[in-house]
Structures are given as structure tokens and as C-alpha cells.
Design a protein around this ligand. Sequence first.
Ligand code: ZN
Length: 138
Amino acid sequence: MKSYRKELWFDTTQRRQLINITPDVSSCIIESGIKEGLVLVNAMHITASVFINDDESGLHRDYEKWLEKLAPEKPHSQYDHNGFEDNADAHMKRQIMGREVVCAITKGELDFGPWEQIFYGEFDGKRRKRVLVKIIGE
Ligand code: ZN
């Protein structure tokens, strides 16, 4: 069995941002040389997510509204966590959107349904953060 590890770095300009990282993950699969196996993609921070859904801008605006209803950023003082930080909402948004995805690799490619895309969801951005890509297989 072969294994492969890589960190992808992101430096977002906004506090909240969704980035389609499917091409980055596909590049990792090619670089790994693995044709049959599994790829794990996880955020390495507790205020960011990795998830799979549609790359459709309306849906992404809907996520922003929905997450802001569930865990509004402001007022910062509404959260006990925000003593020295202001990111309690980001911890909660990440919990809802998830930490990681695991995808099948078949014939050297992501074995996806027609609209599946992998996203990095940043909820406390404007600083460098990373995603881990781990691939195992043959
Ligand atoms: Zn925090």
C-alpha cells in the first residue's frame, strides 16, 4: 500500500469564505500516483471546515444566511468563548459544516457524483490556515 501526505495553505481576504479545492485535491491524487484508494481531506483548524456540495453561488449565499441565523457573528459579547477572542461563531459554524471528507479514488480520479465538489469553508479568516490531504491505496 502506498501513502501520500500534503498540506494545502489558504490565506483568505475575508472572515468567511468558501473555496472550491477540488482541483487541488485532484492534483494531489495525480502526484500520489495512487489509482485505487481513499483520500481524506480535513481542516487542520477548529474554525474551518471541509465539506462536499454544489459549486453554485446562490447556494453559497444561502449557507452564509443560514449559518448566520444559527450562530450569528455579532454581537461578539453574546458568547462565553469571546473573552480573549471574537470567533465563537466560527467554532460553531465549523461544527455544523464538518471537519473532513473521505472520497473514493477509482482509476486515478475522484469517484464523484455529477455535482459533487470539495470546499474549504473558512469562518475566521484573514490569516494563513491549512488543510491536510492524506491518500492511501495502490
Ligand atoms: Zn476561539
